[in-house]
Design a protein around this ligand. Structure first.
Ligand SMILES: Nc1ncnc2c1ncn2[C@@H]1O[C@H](COP(=O)(O)OP(=O)(O)OP(=O)(O)O)[C@@H](O)[C@H]1O
Length: 707
């Protein structure tokens, strides 16, 4: 211990200068001296400048000074203060290092450095100017900004789609009484008929399509060879009334016809839809004398031919038809185009492709190309042998204007005023998920198409392009009255979740979608066992009747399917467990719930499945059971469609499920027994069959040996 500590008084330490400090002070002193010398030298040089010519060296000298030292006081002050601030903010250690280093740099910076002590007498040594800190650099090439997703989405799109007309889903047009019509362009007869059917207003899609097709009287003609009509593409949500949007104008225009010709062809993807659309046509055209036919393959080909064709004479150029409107599936249509004499599409005024995106995806026999070709007149006239040519028409034949050049034996005087005659067929495309694929649209060979897009209010955009963009980006509009939920659970929990939804929510009209026909059958079996156990415990009452359920899939024959669907429509069946066979177009007003037991794999499928409920402004619920490992994919699919926020997640706890657990376990046990019995029976049958074959073989070989 030191004495100072002992005495308790702290002696100030003697101020000793470190070597570095000394060096620093010396350098500082030198710098000051140098500066003085330099100033004296500079002023003498400057004084003599007027007397003698300026040398290169002198010019350089001035330049060097201006580079190395600040000329003005302001600059010195600014530099000084900046240095001080820097000093304070820098860490202590670094400051020290920099101070020692700064001696060198300061020296280097000085224009005149005197290394020996006789600095004051000898002129200072001149050094070359310090190079500039950085070389002049050119700006680097800049990448152009990436085009926005909107710009990319519009690339390659049909111009007509970009110019689509956006319609608000809430728009309606009331049907006027008598002579008063509120811009619907419908005749009084049709309005009266609609009111008889309980329809008092036109829905949004109808307010756009019906007046568009009817308001121009010239467009109501059956033939428009010189002014062919524009084609129409319509995208509107499920259950928004697209069927009536085309049925009404077709019935109005065709009611003007005198002779029956095949003038409207409606193509649909399934037989059930054909039946449904036929019912709508029949309801609207009642009392208008129009003949409506269907071709689905439900009846024999000969039977259908007899229903469609009136005259099989080979000499007819204008075709023959017993119907004005034909509703069909593409497969059967091809059969008639290729195999029915006098089945002609030359008089076609309307070609409707409903569920267009689904039908365009079907390349069945290249049906679209063949149908479009059949609506066009052949380019080369068929040469008919002299003996077959008729001096006059033997039959009351009628040839469409665009087919007139095919007639033989009729003198025609061609004039300069003759214009080419176009077919009058107008294509009408409808879907809730209209295709945006430019190649598919190009295949349709549309004539100056007009697009109508019914877009939900929340999405009603500030610009029209935004609305079109939603369609292009597959952000489809859902019915406003639909509420959507998803339940994330393990795969093994799914049946129990389904029973929970059906039994605790008291559902009595539901469609349950599965991924395959096989899973449909298995689920229905389990469901039936559960229903039996549940009823045996809880009983049935007037409030809760026993549930009737059935499977509906491609495993059943067409006849069976039709019967089941009729029963479901009549509410004799409460829960229909089905594959995606009826996910599109089917209109059953009382379906209150749709359950996707197996989550759909694409957004279009989802839109059509959930669209079986909440139709025509009614409320509806859609639940999707999502397996835990599928949840991420499902959510990203919904997010891409800008729809995730509309699908609420529903959490079901174990306590919610526990009351159903005993019945579920008993049902599973019964199903297991059933399947193991089935397996045993099958095994037994195979063993028995093979033993019979084996016995026969042994028997034969024994006989052969005896011989
Ligand atoms: N103006 C209207 N007033 C009242 N009900 C209507 C009207 N238009 C259509 N509907 C009813 O709305 C229901 C749905 O119509 P429709 O089947 O045509 O829908 P959609 O748009 O074709 O649906 P999806 O895309 O699922 O095929 C039908 O029951 C139909 O009778």
């Amino acid at each position: 211990m030191t004495s100072s500590v002992q005495s308790g008084t702290a002696q100030p330490l003697p101020k000793t200068k470190t070597k570095a400090k000394k060096r620093y002070l010396k350098a500082k002193k030198d710098r000051r001296k140098n500066r003085k010398v330099a100033t004296a030298h500079g002023s003498s040089a400057h004084a003599g400048a007027n007397d003698r010519p300026k040398s290169d060296v002198e010019e350089e000298d001035v330049e060097v000074r201006s580079n190395s030292e600040p000329d003005t006081d302001i600059e010195q002050v600014v530099n000084g203060s900046r240095d001080e601030i820097k000093e304070e903010t820098r860490p202590k250690k670094r400051r020290k290092l920099e101070q020692s280093g700064s001696q060198v740099t300061e020296e280097q910076k000085e224009p005149f450095v005197n290394n020996n002590s006789s600095r004051s007498t000898s002129p200072p040594k001149r050094i070359s100017p310090a190079p500039q800190a950085t070389l002049p650099s050119f700006p680097l090439p800049k990448r152009p900004d990436a085009p926005s997703s909107a710009t990319l989405a519009f690339q390659g799109l049909d111009k007509a789609l970009v110019e689509a007309e956006i319609i608000e889903p809430g728009k309606v047009l009331p049907l006027g009484e008598g002579d008063i019509d509120h811009d619907t362009a419908l005749s009084e007869k049709t309005r009266r008929r609609l009111k008889d059917l309980g329809i008092t207003e036109l829905f949004a899609v109808q307010t756009a399509v019906v007046p568009y097709l009817l308001s121009n009287p010239r467009q109501q003609s059956l033939y428009l060879p010189y002014d062919p009509p524009r084609d129409l593409c319509v995208s509107a949500p499920t259950g928004s009334g697209k069927t009536l949007a085309y049925v009404l104008p077709i019935v109005e225009i065709l009611s003007l016809r005198t002779v029956t010709r095949l003038r409207a062809l409606v193509v649909l993807p399934t037989r059930d839809l054909v039946v449904q659309v036929r019912e709508t046509f029949e309801a609207i055209s009642k009392g208008r004398g129009l003949k409506i036919g269907t071709a689905t393959g439900q009846h024999s080909f000969a039977h259908e031919q007899a229903q469609l064709i009136a005259d099989y004479s080979p000499s007819l150029q204008g075709g023959s038809s017993k119907v004005d409107i034909l509703i069909c599936t593409p497969g059967r249509l091809m059969d008639h185009l290729n195999g029915t004499p006098n089945f002609s599409l030359q008089h076609l005024r309307f070609l409707v492709i409903d569920e267009a995106d689904r039908l365009l995806a079907q390349s069945f026999q290249d049906w679209l190309a063949q149908v479009l070709q059949a609506t066009q007149p052949p380019t080369a006239t068929k040469s008919i042998p002299q003996h077959e040519q008729q001096p006059s028409m033997p039959h009351p034949d009628g040839v469409a204007p665009s087919y007139m050049h095919l007639l033989h034996g009729i003198p025609t005087v061609r004039t300069d005023l003759d214009e080419p005659k176009e077919p009058s067929c107008q294509k009408l495309l409808f879907s809730a998920t209209l295709t945006r694929d430019p190649s598919k649209i190009a295949a349709l060979n549309l004539r100056d198409p007009k697009y109508f897009v019914v877009q939900k209010a929340a999405n009603v955009p500030t610009t029209k392009e935004d609305g079109v963009l939603d369609l292009v980006m597959e952000k489809f509009t859902m019915p406003a009255t639909l509420s959507e939920h998803m339940i994330v659970c393990e795969s093994s929990e799914k049946p129990l979740m389904l029973f929970y939804l059906i039994y605790t929510h008291g559902i009595s009209n539901a469609l349950v979608f599965t991924k395959s026909a096989e899973s449909t059958t298995r689920l229905v079996r389990l469901f039936e066992f559960f229903e039996t156990f549940w009823n045996s415990q809880n009983g049935t009452s007037s409030q809760r009747k026993s549930l009737s359920l059935k499977a509906y899939s491609s495993d059943l024959s067409a006849g069976d399917r039709r019967v089941i669907l009729e029963k479901f429509k009549a509410q004799e069946i409460n829960v229909l467990v089905c594959s995606d066979l009826i996910s599109r177009g089917i209109d059953i007003s009382h379906v209150s719930h749709v359950v996707s037991y197996d989550a759909p794999v694409d957004i279009r499928k989802y839109v059509h499945r959930v669209g079986r409920t909440a139709r025509a402004g009614r409320a509806g619920d859609a639940w999707t059971l999502v397996e835990a490992q599928e949840a991420r994919y499902f959510k990203s699919m919904m997010k891409a469609a800008d729809h995730l926020q509309s699908v609420k997640r529903m959490r079901v706890s174990e306590s919610d499920l526990s009351p159903l657990l005993p019945f579920y376990e008993a049902s599973l046990k019964r199903l297991g027994e059933l399947y193991s019995r089935d397996r045993l029976e099958r095994k037994f049958r195979i063993t028995w069959f093979s033993s019979v074959i084996l016995c026969g073989f042994v028997d034969k070989s024994c006989n052969a040996n005896r011989i």
